[in-house]
Design a protein. Structure first.
Length: 245
């Protein structure tokens, strides 16, 4: 059986370099974090899976963390054993689809949050365009059919796990067994689809930025005016807000 992987820390340096070199990428992530921040409650904030720790730029006072010391985070926190320290909001950006035991994570977050606290997840969206785009340009799989009870997923041979359809299947309002996954500890308060063409033109963390930052900012502004009925089919990202009952 493969041992569960944490990070190839050397890869984070490449991500950090791309972050510093690409104002378009920073603009897109600023919009993602702002969308998450709008749903936050209280002031005791924790982010899990922080990687290079950029949340400090967008979430004032947040405590950043990861499963190992990446050299860029405030502390080490396991997503399956989040410490109960009076957290009001827990953020997780592109984390949920790497968790092969989603129910254990949700139970851990519920135990760590104060009543009325919120778990805010930003994840890839398995929309029609999302499945096409990620299938063509992203190395991680998006396999809706593989997400079946008991929702415990095996590791790959290298000790990793990823399925970018996880949030869309398990937590999105109009799909999947959210009650069976979340149980009575949670109440879903928001599900917002976003991101269409601006993000691809940033090149992500692995390719060069393809357009001037002014164009990318204009695209972002236009995307934010599109109706959710369209974005549920076209959006590349979904932001899901769960409130602790």
């Amino acid at each position: 059986m493969a041992k569960e992987a944490t990070y190839q820390l050397s890869l984070l340096q490449g991500s950090l370099a791309k972050w510093q070199q690409s104002p378009g990428l920073r603009a897109v992530y600023a919009a993602i974090y702002e969308r998450m921040r709008q749903h936050a409650t209280g002031r005791q904030w924790l982010e899990i899976g922080s990687g290079i720790g950029v949340a400090h730029e967008f979430l004032p006072g947040v405590v950043t963390s990861d499963v190992t010391d990446t050299g860029h985070v405030d502390r080490v926190v396991d997503a399956y054993a989040i410490p109960s320290e009076g957290w009001d909001t827990i953020f997780a950006l592109d984390v949920f689809h790497h968790l092969r035991l989603p129910q254990r994570f949700l139970a851990s977050a519920a135990a760590a949050l104060e009543p009325g606290g919120r778990l805010i997840l930003a994840e890839p969206a398995a929309t029609a365009f999302g499945r096409l785009f990620y299938g063509m340009f992203h190395h991680e799989p998006m396999r809706k059919a593989c997400i079946q009870p008991p929702y415990e997923f095996p590791l790959e041979a290298d000790g990793s796990f990823a399925n970018m359809a996880m949030a869309s299947v398990l937590l999105a309002p109009e799909e999947g067994p959210v009650e069976a996954i979340c149980g009575s500890a949670w109440r879903r308060t928001a599900c917002v689809y976003s991101d269409l063409i601006a993000y691809p033109f940033t090149g992500g963390f692995s390719r060069p930025q393809l357009l001037p930052t002014s164009c990318i900012r204009g695209m972002l502004a236009g995307e934010q005016r599109l109706p959710q009925a369209w974005m549920k089919r076209l959006g590349l990202r979904v932001t899901i807000v769960l409130e602790r009952v």
